[in-house]
Design a protein around this ligand. Sequence first.
Ligand SMILES: Nc1ncnc2c1ncn2[C@@H]1O[C@H](COP(=O)(O)OP(=O)(O)O)[C@@H](O)[C@H]1O
Ligand SMILES: [Mg+2]
Length: 371
Amino acid sequence: MRDRMASPETVSSTGEISPRFDKLLKDVTTELSPDELKHAVSSIKSNFKGKYEDQREQDLYSCLHLFANQGFVSEDNLTLLERFVTPKTSKKGRIEEKIQAFKKIRLREVKTKDELTGRDSDLEKVMTKLTTGSSSVVNLYGTSGVGKTTLAIETLSKWPGRKFTADLRGINEMKDVHFHVLNALTGSERTVVSYEANPVIGQMRQLKRDSQSDILLLLDNVDQFMIGDGEKANFVTLLQRLLGPKTDRGKSAKLKILLTSRTALRHGDSLDVENYEVKALDKAFSSALLHTQGTPSHGTPSLKGNEREKLAEMCQGNPLILNGMAAILRQEIANAKQLLKAIELHEQEVVRASRGRIAINRKGYSGERNI
Ligand SMILES: Nc1ncnc2c1ncn2[C@@H]1O[C@H](COP(=O)(O)OP(=O)(O)O)[C@@H](O)[C@H]1O
Ligand SMILES: [Mg+2]
């Protein structure tokens, strides 16, 4: 759990090879002489079984693809290339250079990805609510992919005291909530033997006694407890019990709870919750994100200013969509023109289809009147 805080997103390329990574694999193999290829492939065949044994005797490129598909080598882990392939060639220096260049670009990419775009003011406001507000619970709400979890994790990373996080996506039963929260607090998988005994409440009480400063608990994806009656009341009760009686709160460290969900929590008077809406990124930040994330490795932006504005607008400030769009541009799967054209055609289709429906509806209506 805590690892997730340090790196909100783990980049994995298992099973999916970007054109740029494919190019590196190709570039590396072309540096080898036929004899060296044969040698490398035969030693792979003697070390790895299965599909590797079916490869032609000089087809190192296919072997590397297999490695990539199985996750043995990836954009973030080139060890196998460096240790296994490079030393076996006479062009060692050239291959090392290519690998280093690739690594440098990758590092830049991962670094810019870690920087939060356009959320400084949100971060400050949420922090202020948690540290000075009268409520102990802040619910970050907004549409999917707008950046709630990212903002929550950023808040956690800035929190001076102890912090814990549990992801409640897809968890519907209270006993499972208890289990996950307890695991977050203890850092180890503990079985909740008796749900009624509520070990999680005791654990929190202990933490408050032992802590010098306030504790922050992030419960991510709590949509299922925001609406309807169902388990909502029980969930609110759990939060209240974790917070402890109001009279107690002056004595020991306090607990603050950060929630993320797609809807605001309407809870009546039983719990002081502040709902904070995480809104779409504004135009300037959307455009900046497309620029920093959408520039291909060779550094030439494929986007002209006005194309970027247009694309950014179509993404409606949703960072999930913006990042997806940027990845398409960065990996040169399509250029800006093709993307814009595809979206435009799709929109025309949608308009045409809806006009068609209106026409049919109108016909149906007048037909009935004529009867
Ligand atoms: N401010 C931001 N700048 C850049 N990327 C962001 C930003 N906020 C979110 N993202 C990226 O957008 C995606 C969706 O964000 P996430 O926080 O998971 O959304 P939500 O929790 O609202 O569904 C993630 O890949 C995240 O890295
Ligand atoms: Mg989320």
